[in-house]
Design a protein around this ligand. Structure first.
Ligand SMILES: [Zn+2]
Length: 260
């Protein structure tokens, strides 16, 4: 009988696959990291205002990225972008490129599967180091949680260093996508097992032992757990990358996303 076979083999499979999906969690969730990060450029009020501007556009059914730029404690520009990017007009770009300026740029990322926000893309990092006047960059989610890049100094890493880490970034993202796909396959398998099980449960001729019924409950719980973990894998990969390598690229990185 299929169900007996599943009960015999699936927990083993679950246990062997689970450690691969464990997350390393270096940052305390939801903690306000503003105090450490805002000393030179702007007040907390200005920061909160800019954060709300960009957080608002990634809420609701039609989320769009947006940007808010702070210079001399004023929001000098705010703009709406598309689903995956947002641009800054030329007349504002000239401020971003001037190394004398002390600018903070905030932008938002729409969530993946409602709860999970991708941290900085490599493109985000690249635009930070290309903009000499920008000293801090934020990526904000719909709840106002955020990740932060802060330049250690205004020196741009060597091109060969940038290329090396760019490759590493995309390789680790690919690895995460592969792992997420592995999750998906495993979830599909559990789903099929549950479906077959519930069909048989509805058949009054078959009697199940207490252990068998408990196992099905556990399988159902695992299914929900895995679907959340799958979404986490990809977003966590970019966070882990910056957490580990930002310093080698001349920036400090912090994040307070609550899913971390
Ligand atoms: Zn971005």
């Amino acid at each position: 009988m299929i169900i007996d076979k599943l009960i015999a083999c699936s927990p083993v499979k679950l246990n062997s696959i689970a450690p691969k999906f464990q997350m390393s969690v270096p940052i305390k969730s939801g903690k306000d990291i503003f105090e450490k990060s805002c000393d030179v450029i702007f007040s907390k009020e200005t920061f909160e205002k800019a954060k709300n501007i960009v957080a608002k556009t990634v809420r609701g059914n039609d989320p769009k990225e947006s940007v808010a730029i702070i210079m001399n404690n004023k929001i000098i520009y705010q703009g709406l972008g598309g689903e995956t990017s947002v641009n800054v007009p030329k007349e504002i770009q000239k401020f971003l490129y001037d190394p004398k300026n002390k600018i903070a740029i905030l932008h938002s990322h729409p969530a993946i599967q409602k709860h999970f926000t991708q941290s900085f893309s490599f493109k985000d990092y690249y635009s930070l180091i290309t903009s000499q006047g920008v000293k801090k960059m934020y990526v904000v989610n719909s709840n106002g949680e955020y990740a932060l890049f802060e330049k250690i100094n205004n020196q741009r890493p060597e091109n060969k260093t940038i290329s090396k880490y760019k490759k590493l970034y995309y390789d680790s993202m690919q690895e995460a996508v592969d792992l997420a796909n592995e999750y998906l396959k495993f979830m599909e398998k559990i789903h099929a097992e549950l479906k077959a099980g519930s069909e048989k449960l509805n058949n009054s001729d078959i009697k199940y032992s207490k252990e068998q019924l408990e196992y099905f409950t556990k399988l159902g719980e695992k299914y929900h757990e895995l679907s959340d973990l799958r979404a986490k894998v990809v977003v966590k990969a970019s966070h882990d990358f910056w957490d580990k390598h930002a310093k080698d690229l001349n920036v400090k990185y912090r994040a307070n996303f609550s899913y971390l």
